[in-house]
Design a protein around this ligand. Sequence first.
Ligand SMILES: [Mg+2]
Length: 254
Amino acid sequence: MALLPWHKIETVLLDMDGTLLDLNFDTQFWLDLIPKKLAQRSSKSIEICKQDMKAAYAEVYGEIQWYCLDYWAEKLDMDIMAAKHELAHLIRMRDDCIPFLDALKQSKREVVLVTNAHPNSLSLKVEKTQLDAHIDTLISTHEFGVTKESQTLWEKLQARLGFDPQHTLFVDDSQRILDAAKEYGIAYTLGITNPDSQQAENTIVGHPTTNNYHQIIQSIIDDNFSPHDSPHDSPHDSPHDLHHKDHHVEKREL
Ligand SMILES: [Mg+2]
């Protein structure tokens, strides 16, 4: 059975950090570099600064401030963008990112990046990876003032993009965000269980998951968007259904 019914998916909404890019940069930046910098300018140990930052992150977890560089610049009295440039060599795509994006493009689906990252952080990552060359539209949720964890974001995003939730797939590495998308009514979700190349794999429940886009690339290409499959279509990919879909694809291409 295929992981996702690609023939029902017209629009693909993609998270950025951990989903397309290796989360290692963000992990190193927020959990290591920032506490080190705080320790350097104070009498506190790095360990204490790490604990302080974990508490500070927990205060605004899932809120727009968590992702807001201006918030952290003011709270920590630090040039956050300058600090990001120090680690910019760690900004990289996942190894399976380009083949995945190429397959989506080849299949002519609408591909939209929807990130909670601050616009300045998005710009830096685009500059380092040229991610924008592979994606139709890039959106930072800061434009709406709410994050993907909020139902309000999904309402605003749908109004802006006009996608049909019944024919939309959302891919993310956050359990909480995937749950929010599902709650809003996004019909298809995919969880990424290995967002950080240097950390152990995560568990995501209640959603199909993958740790390697190569597993789904062939389905993306072969299973064209074809929402009005016959009533014979079953949710399971039996050989009969595959044959039926092939026939349908041929008709669409005529
Ligand atoms: Mg992410």
